[in-house]
Design a protein around this ligand. Structure first.
Ligand SMILES: NC(=O)c1ccc[n+]([C@@H]2O[C@H](COP(=O)([O-])OP(=O)(O)OC[C@H]3O[C@@H](n4cnc5c(N)ncnc54)[C@H](OP(=O)(O)O)[C@@H]3O)[C@@H](O)[C@H]2O)c1
Length: 300
């Protein structure tokens, strides 16, 4: 074995180079996901994006393909729909036998409380339960890669859930607020990465969460609240471009060695400040168990 090789389990792989790696970016048709997918495709990765809408997704895949001079695939995925999540994972694994980098980027923010047909609050279903299920369905591909990375696009907005996951009323049957539900789902992204890394790192799967900064994208723009309009309107001059927002995600995906701390939460290519609950291993384990039970009910 020469110095550019590393032994991973029984596999011998070359040092990490994103060129030729298989990458899946959820929500790669817009905003931060589009910028991430474009950058990684330019670097030679075999990129697949997802969109809820086949037409929107195909148009974005074409755009990335032209800009990066690379083939880009697209699959449809609605994270709030259990069948769509399962089908998207099996579509991906039918085309690719391994997945080197999964970017759980897609997400939303909801001005009014909504509940999915499975009875889950919409923000938690879209931003956490769907990505949790997708990651588990894709696990055979992540393990087959020998060394792989899962990057959850979280947010400093997890601070809106300073007291942690509301296990006694996780669906906000009382006192729904857009910020609290979004904050809880983004805290869940951080805890998911932490627990995923703890459970799977010894088998080569490394997981991270990222705050991309405040970025000028479509998110929150369709909101029906005055708060959303004012929040984004007043901040517009200071917002990052989607390319700037994708920087730490791309860095985590391309760094030659998996950055430390493993399972950590990053901003601007460094470990970022997070709330006490976001660093709580028991909270992470409890959320994992809750999520597993919800997913079992989805497909039961
Ligand atoms: N912008 C910011 O300042 C900021 C700050 C912190 C964190 N973030 C996080 O960054 C991530 C990307 O957001 P963005 O700012 O780039 O917003 P965006 O431009 O609105 O992109 C969101 C993406 O998520 C997809 N999506 C929404 N609901 C979905 C669902 N139910 N199933 C599957 N895909 C769905 C959208 O696809 P469709 O075309 O199907 O709608 C779109 O591609 C989110 O997780 C967000 O929480 C953003």
């Amino acid at each position: 074995m020469n110095s550019s090789q590393a032994r991973v389990g029984t596999l011998v792989r070359m040092a990490w180079d994103i060129a030729g790696r298989n990458v899946l970016v959820t929500g790669g048709n817009s905003g931060i996901g589009l910028a991430t997918a474009t950058d990684l495709a330019r670097r030679g990765a075999a990129v697949t994006i997802t969109s809820r809408d086949a037409g929107r997704g195909a148009a974005a895949a074409d755009k990335i393909s032209r800009e990066a001079s690379a083939q880009v695939d697209m699959i449809t995925l609605d994270l709030a729909e259990p069948d769509s999540v399962r089908d998207a994972a099996s579509d991906y694994l039918a085309g690719y036998d391994r997945l080197d980098v999964l970017v759980n980027n897609a997400g939303g923010i909801f001005g009014s409380r909504a509940v999915t047909p499975t009875g889950d609050e919409m923000t938690l279903a879209t931003n956490h339960l769907g990505p949790f299920a997708l990651t588990q369905f894709l696990m055979p591909g992540l393990l087959a890669a020998g060394s792989s990375r899962v990057i959850n696009v979280a947010s400093s907005g997890h601070g809106f859930a300073r007291d942690g996951i509301r296990f006694d009323d996780i669906s906000f049957e009382s006192k729904y607020s857009m910020a609290a539900a979004y904050g809880q789902s983004k805290l869940a992204n951080i805890l998911h990465a932490r627990e995923l890394d703890r459970r799977y790192r010894s088998r080569g799967v490394h997981a991270y969460a990222v705050h991309p900064g405040l970025v000028r994208t479509r998110i929150g723009r369709d909101g029906d609240s005055l708060f959303t309009v004012l929040y984004w309107g007043l901040r517009t001059p200071w917002l990052l471009t989607p390319e700037e927002g994708s920087d730490t995600i791309v860095w985590l995906a391309t760094a030659e060695e998996p950055p430390e701390p493993h399972g950590g939460y990053f901003e601007k290519r460094e470990e970022a400040r997070s709330t006490r609950k976001a660093r709580d291993d028991r909270e992470a384990e409890r959320l994992w168990e809750f999520s597993e039970a919800r997913i079992a009910a989805w497909y039961g």
